[in-house]
Design a protein around this ligand. Structure first.
Ligand code: SF4
Length: 419
């Protein structure tokens, strides 16, 4: 399986993976011999669309059935205008349950057995709570591809969270295309959902995936403060830009002051960690707009920045704006922010030294006898220990930075399994 794009796609891929594992398939690397290859495509930019088509072609060369799903399949003109061989099986994103019949494998006696075996290996799950978007940011194709915003019912999500907990997951990440508007048509908001999920489960902790600043339900801050062990104090709050002029042309529905108020309220929570997306080189972005953005990022406590240079997506309003920024300028601005982001990442990691955090141990580390994990405030850590630690939430003291992670030493060792 090869997944491109956002958390929503990753969540869809998780579901497809579950369906395939449940039907008795075994997962191998994409480049290995396989009966079926699934490519979950993205069409958010022309570049993403081009890459999606490239991976589909690579899948065809490698052999086996190739299933293309995701946004590029749902949009007219996606996958480079649909110029792909007819042998590619197309699975629209809303029809994941049809995967087995599409590949002719809808009759499998091993389903239960496989489900029990894989439960032991699970640590972090994605729970999709919402789909679609009504925002129509001028650079984004997603509302045309995913349709209007729909919140999944609270009862269904509570049941799914219980199931994930029973399956052995220790962290559940709530995802959506526009997560902040979950519940709008139900006269609820995300804090009501999270409250219900907390009541229905006892062992998992919850994390929010990327969330938009407009319509942000501020009740979430109170939940984070009251439940420090169950709700991760981490926000990936998609800024995109800090110049009000650019935000308005992007049709983002908030201004810099609104974003700052959210950040200030969030940082009243102990251990708060802020990550974000920014888009540079948007049509009409002047040097002074870029400098506003750069200064804003420099002065705020961001841990990680995902920096995207704007690329026009046919079918969006911004692609028709006359004042496009040259590729050279876009790339230069991207590089400046990438360098700034790297300095901020290191500064944040260094400041963690001496803190105690709850680490979810996830996978073997790069060296023999080490394991990788993730703290509640999104710090990747390396611990001494073996595979028996996997799937455990352990208290650890953070130490010095080592590459992309920080080293950590366990505390309260008496609760550890043999490693
Ligand atoms: S909020 Fe904007 S960027 Fe996010 S999916 Fe909706 S239209 Fe796209």
């Amino acid at each position: 399986m090869h997944t491109l794009g956002c958390r929503a796609n990753q969540s869809d891929s998780e579901r497809l993976r579950e369906i395939l594992l449940g039907a008795g398939f075994e997962e191998v690397e994409f480049s290995q011999p396989a009966d079926v290859r699934v490519v979950n495509t993205c069409t958010v930019t022309s570049e993403a669309d081009r890459k999606s088509a490239q991976v589909v072609r690579r899948g065809l060369r490698l052999g086996g059935q190739v299933v293309a799903t995701g946004c590029a399949v749902a949009t007219r003109g996606g996958l480079q205008g649909g110029r792909l061989p007819g042998s590619v099986l197309r699975l629209p994103p809303a029809q994941s349950e049809q995967l087995l019949s599409l590949i002719g494998a809808d009759n499998c006696p091993n389903a239960q057995l496989v489900d029990q075996e894989t439960a032991q290996l699970r640590t972090r799950a994605l729970l999709r709570v919402q789909d679609g978007c009504d925002q129509f940011c001028t650079f984004c194709i997603v509302p045309y591809v995913r349709g209007r915003s729909r919140s999944f019912p609270i009862e269904q999500l509570v049941e799914e969270a219980r199931r994930l907990e029973r399956a052995g997951y220790r962290e559940v990440v709530l995802t959506g295309i526009h997560l902040a508007v979950w519940g709008r048509e139900l006269r609820l908001d995300l804090s009501h959902l999270l409250e219900a999920l907390l009541l229905a489960t006892s062992r998992v902790r919850f994390r929010l995936s990327s969330i938009e600043p407009d319509c942000f339900p501020v009740g979430l801050f109170d939940l984070m403060r009251r439940n420090p062990e169950r709700v991760c104090p981490h926000l990936h709050l998609a800024l995109q830009h800090a110049s009000d002029r650019v935000l308005e042309r992007m049709h983002r529905n908030y201004d810099q002051a609104h974003f700052s108020r959210l950040v200030e309220a969030f940082f009243a929570i102990p251990g708060a960690c802020l990550t974000s997306d920014v888009l540079v080189g948007f049509p009409g972005e002047r040097e002074e707009d870029f400098l506003i953005l750069k200064r804003y990022l420099r002065e705020r406590p961001f841990f990680r920045l995902h920096v995207f240079p704007y690329s026009p997506r046919p079918g969006t309003a911004a692609a028709r704006f006359p004042d496009q920024v040259s590729v050279e300028v876009r790339n230069r601005r991207r590089d400046e922010l990438l360098a700034l982001g790297e300095r901020k990442r290191l500064a944040y990691l260094r400041a963690q030294r001496g803190c105690e955090r709850d680490v979810l141990v996830e996978a073997p580390g790069p060296r023999q006898g080490t394991m990788e994990g993730l703290t509640e405030n999104y710090v990747p850590v390396l611990l001494r220990g073996g595979p028996a630690l996997r799937g455990h939430l352990l208290r650890a003291r953070l130490g010095r930075v080592s590459g992309q992670a920080v080293q950590a030493a366990l505390v309260r060792k008496e609760f550890l399994p043999d490693s």
